[in-house]
Design a protein around this ligand. Structure first.
Ligand code: FES
Length: 240
């Protein structure tokens, strides 16, 4: 999992926080580094690796666009006010990892919480993560399954090593990745890394995790989390 380690020098990780604003942006605080994160695909169109792109200046506090309409992305420019953005949070506050689906093999268990899928598709890089898990008596297949699960930005997939009984997690420090998909012009979610707490507009905390993906296109049906909706065709406006 070495390629996934991305530590950074946040002075006081305890100050890192994200607050969802009602029908508005995410307020990020704690001087957290923000950078573009590109999905690089192989010739067959399947993602093979993450590539760090442009850095955006870290700020003590900033507002990140959630509606997808800002002209100053990744920051909010107030566009949500004029467009009637409905940012109602529809995701539950349950601990997602309490009852994931499970796939079990000789060396690994794969936890799967499908509703968190951001459709990054790293789980198909070198064989499906589920099939590899079932064949995890083979050390190479086990390692590949762990890598694919660790590359899942949303934390939908988590590999648990049966040798230790512990989840295998990438070593992230508090940081924000702005996912850019392989198709030109498709902006993916906000990749929240390193256990940054996320608080809803009504002041309740979502389950704190090493990695989650927040919607920044405004089209998710599982707000504030990404549900892959950024890749769906944009509906045509109704003609009166
Ligand atoms: S960014 Fe993925 S659904 Fe909005």
């Amino acid at each position: 999992m070495g390629r996934l380690v991305e530590k950074n020098p946040v002075e006081d990780p305890q100050r890192a926080a994200i607050r969802v604003c009602r029908n508005g942006p995410y307020v990020l605080s704690g001087n957290i580094p923000v950078s573009d994160q590109l999905i690089v695909c192989g010739d067959d169109g399947i993602p093979v690796r993450w590539e760090k792109g442009r850095d955006h200046p870290a700020r003590e506090t900033c507002s990140l666009c959630r509606c997808g309409r800002s002209g100053s992305k990744p920051y909010c420019d107030g566009s949500h006010e004029g467009t009637g953005f409905d940012g109602t949070e529809t995701a539950g506050k349950e601990a997602y990892l309490d009852r994931p689906d499970r796939t079990e093999g000789p060396g690994l268990i794969l936890w799967d919480t499908e509703k968190l899928c951001a459709v990054a598709l790293f789980c198909h890089r070198a064989g499906d993560a589920w099939n590899l898990t079932e064949q995890s008596g083979d050390p190479v297949k086990k390692a590949t399954a762990m890598e694919e699960a660790g590359d899942c930005p949303s934390g939908r997939l988590v590999a648990v090593d049966k040798a230790t009984g512990k989840p295998v997690e990438p070593g992230f420090g508090p940081s924000i990745g702005l996912v850019i998909g392989p198709q030109k012009g498709v902006l993916g979610p906000i990749w929240v890394r390193g256990c940054i707490p996320v608080e809803s507009a009504d002041g309740r905390a979502y389950t704190r995790r090493n990695r989650v993906t927040l919607c920044r296109c405004g089209r998710s049906c599982n707000k504030p989390f990404c549900d892959g909706g950024h890749g769906r065709p944009v509906p045509k406006p109704e003609v009166p």
